[in-house]
Design a protein around this ligand. Sequence first.
Ligand code: PLP
Length: 483
Amino acid sequence: MEPKSYHMSPEEFRRYGREVVDWIADYYERIEEFPVLSRAKPGEIRAGLPEAPPRTREGFDSFLADISDKILPGVTHWQSPSFFAFFPANASGPSILGEMLSAGLGVQGMLWATSPACTELETHVLDWLADMLELPRQFKSSGTGGGVIQESASSAALCALLAGRERATAYASNGAGCDGRLTAYASTQAHSSIEKAVRIAGIGTDNLRKIPVDDAFALRPDELARAIETDRKAGRLPAFVCASVGSTSSNALDPLREIGRICREAGVWLHVDAAMAGTAALCPEFRYIHDGLELADSYCFNPHKWMFTNFDCDCFYVARRKELIDTLSILPEYLRNKATESGAVFDYRDWQVSLGRRFRSLKLWLVLRWYGVEGLQHHVRRHVAAAQEFAGWVRDSEEFELAAPAPLNLVCFRHRGGDELNQQLMDRLNASGALYLTHTRLEDRLTLRLCVGQTYTEKRHVQAAWQRIRETAAAIQGESAAT
Ligand code: PLP
């Protein structure tokens, strides 16, 4: 006989929900037992899955066992405290619970009217964060600006670029197509998402000027000013500059104040990308990284990188929301409603690329309430201190050297033995499963990056990493001496 309904009943949800929460708690208790970098070969995970979808109801019973047996081998453990690769993508207990609530409510908050709490909590929490980071007043909703959660720093950069493009062309590009004279600027070290945004916005990679950097890999303002001037004289239309606070390769801090002055003078949109490093500004002693931010038109940082908040959560601020809204707003008949027409509310669909949006501020709210400002500061400081200690060990060692200044929680370093040795070292370390770190190229030399930012990373994990790095390098050298 057919069941009355195939849905999960509240009672079943309660039971299985508890099992899922237990599974997640067990996972965190055991996380250090797993190899940090997945050892799965291409196609291996799919090969373990049934070829066809279930025709009849399977229910929940074997689901968690399958997660453990079939999925975990293909998981790289981003939440392992020995994850030092890329920049982190953090999670934490409160954030996971916030995500659950968001999924449970299942709200789609494209308009204020489609769930007022979704919009208002987001505005409120982003204003809190602006205060916590001591961002300039212009970014708060009580002024001309305001904040919005985007799924990523890439999306934030794209929105900023589109707004810069529109402002530069008096809002004509959206209608008549992109002006082929537009140019954009970012340092050679800026994140690839800027070049991607330039492509998506129809400005074209050839019109992105990659500005040279100084010895600390920070954008050179004199070169920026020169590039803008050259373009202007050639009849081009400079529209957008992206400055990085904590570049991906080396955590370089672009000089915002000087860049900001140049942008103001030239009337060019300045976006500041502080995707990971922005979190450091929770601590007063690190707020120097934002010096000059009041000259920016937009700013973003990702709590989903270093502020213990599950992906996805990028906080994007604009100084004049009208410019963003005029760029992205489009109002079909079926979305018209009284609240929108009253002008008294934010409709966040006008602040982002997609229409639909999740109730992401819940997880951020719970993270802020759980940790408090002091708790967040405590953990950020510990991460920076552990990274600084690691940088000190590198500095004092004879075999290794620092490849860039390490102002915060990213240390770029290399063995003095050359690219091949560094490549082997990284491959072996990652294959060991004990830790995971990634590389970049600085001054055309292979450089290892160790980023201390995973929620649960403590000094002992960094110490263990350093010991393994040294031992592995010595073993490789020993082997090559023997052959
Ligand atoms: N900007 C910087 C400086 C980054 O390091 C990254 C990613 O690591 C990004 C932007 C892109 O981040 P997202 O994944 O949020 O798009």
